[in-house]
Ligand binder design. Structure first.
Ligand SMILES: C[S@@+](CC[C@H](N)C(=O)[O-])C[C@H]1O[C@@H](n2cnc3c(N)ncnc32)[C@H](O)[C@@H]1O
Length: 184
């Protein structure tokens, strides 16, 4: 497989993230992907975890149709046509995962991450959320908005990194955090 960090960082926020920070994922890793769209980044994960699974949640029908076609070619992708705000509705289809990747551009993105982590993230599992700070407050400094949003993460998370995706995605900040079920 090509080295992903050598790909164009404008292709995907995940590639932009890899230009700034290295992370390693096991080939068998299980991923819950919230906001899969037509599967551009999902298909990258499919190569990174060839023996794993990507549960790809998307609630808009137009991109979902493409995601379904993609999953017919890449058999480690499971498309789920659901609202990520309502994880109870898809919990029978998803197992415990090593990583939740979230890219949904919603104001309540952190709340959605918390709900999904509680149900699906393994102990010591990772959250990587691409926060669109402009969707939360377009008038304020993105770093300030991101610092406030991080405070909304469940206390079970330990924050590992906050990375502004400038200059590739001006309005986005990546937050990486590790979940500990026992932490108060
Ligand atoms: C920025 S796009 C995602 C791009 C994609 N992650 C990629 O890199 O290829 C955001 C997607 O999140 C989806 N989305 C937003 N809110 C959602 C929700 N509550 N549940 C499921 N999907 C949602 C939108 O329909 C849209 O397709």
């Amino acid at each position: 497989m090509e080295r992903l960090e050598l790909l164009n960082p404008k292709y995907s926020k995940f590639i932009a993230f890899l230009h700034k920070k290295k992370i390693s994922l096991d080939k068998n890793a299980k991923i819950l992907y919230l906001g899969a769209a037509a599967g551009t980044t999902v298909s990258l994960f499919s190569k990174i975890v060839p023996n794993g699974v990507i549960y790809a949640v998307e609630f808009s029908w137009k991109p979902m149709r493409k995601l379904i076609s993609l999953s017919e070619d890449l058999d480690n992708i499971i498309p789920l046509f659901f609202d990520a705000n309502k994880p109870d509705e898809y919990k029978q289809y998803v197992e415990l995962v090593d990583l939740i990747y979230e890219d949904i551009s919603q104001k309540n993105q952190i709340e959605i991450a918390n709900k999904n982590a509680e149900l699906f993230l393994k102990d010591e599992g990772l959250l990587l959320t691409m926060l669109k700070t402009k969707s939360i407050d377009s008038t304020r400094n993105p770093r300030e908005v991101a610092s406030e949003e991080v405070q909304r993460l469940d206390t079970k998370f330990n924050i590992l990194d906050i990375i502004i995706l400038n200059p590739f995605y001006k309005d986005h900040t990546a937050i990486m955090a590790r979940y500990n079920h026992k932490k108060e």
